[in-house]
Ligand binder design. Sequence first.
Ligand code: NDP
Length: 252
Amino acid sequence: MSLEKFSLDEKTAVVTGGSRGIGKAIALQLAKAGANVLLTYARSSEAAEEVVHQIESAGRKAKALKADAVDFAQAEKVIATAQKEFSGIDILVNNAGITRDTLIMRMSEEQWDEVIRTNLKSVFNYSKAVIRPMMKARAGSIINISSVVGISGNAGQTNYSASKAGIIGFSKSLAKEVASRNIRVNVIAPGYISTEMTGQLDESILKSIEAQIPLKRAGESDEVANSVVFLASDASSYLTGAVLTVDGGMAM
Ligand code: NDP
């Protein structure tokens, strides 16, 4: 087997929410594999600039843009910048996401809307913005970060799991629409990964989640990022519409 197929040399990647957590690991791993990376963030400009610095130190091009993933016009601007300053767009990773967990009895309309807009509408925004240039190039890889909760559900996360299940349906439909243009659309459904998002959980809840994971531990952001590199590269050239669970066996 040739490892060349895993190389992302000369490719341009856009990663939404690349300032922290899983998105940061994705941006860094894509760059390690050879890609130039444009990452977006909502608030953490310092953290985002640190990711840019790390990528540039490794000899790749990088840029961070403050862009609310909820806003379609901002998504269009990000993709236009990637095309102009990075000469094209080969890889899109829709990673930006939030939680607003509570039981439906207590969930406000605002908590529902915020999660659906941030996690699901953002995927439409960036996919729509990127699809024309990818169709023109007759090549592209779109990777959408869902969650195992979008497959199995979770009490206290009706908003979040609806958004993550929505990503799976969206991705399969889009995969069918654009396969003839050599654009692949795949989903990664992480299980429980140690980041600031999951850091909000109580120690006792974390212990009980870990006990239910066949591999008996939380995953690391890098373990999700490795799968993103695979799906971004030609090594996964026959995968589209797939949902890859990166979850230590949690969803089995
Ligand atoms: P974090 O909270 O650690 O990071 C979230 C990232 O998304 C940050 O870069 C943040 O930017 C960005 N972001 C949030 N809202 C917006 C917005 N409106 N516009 C642009 N960027 C935004 O989350 P994780 O790294 O844990 O999660 C990343 C993805 O992985 C999410 O989609 C999440 O649902 C998914 N996931 C996570 C799991 C886990 O266990 N951690 C499990 C399954 C899925 P800023 O820094 O500026 O706030």
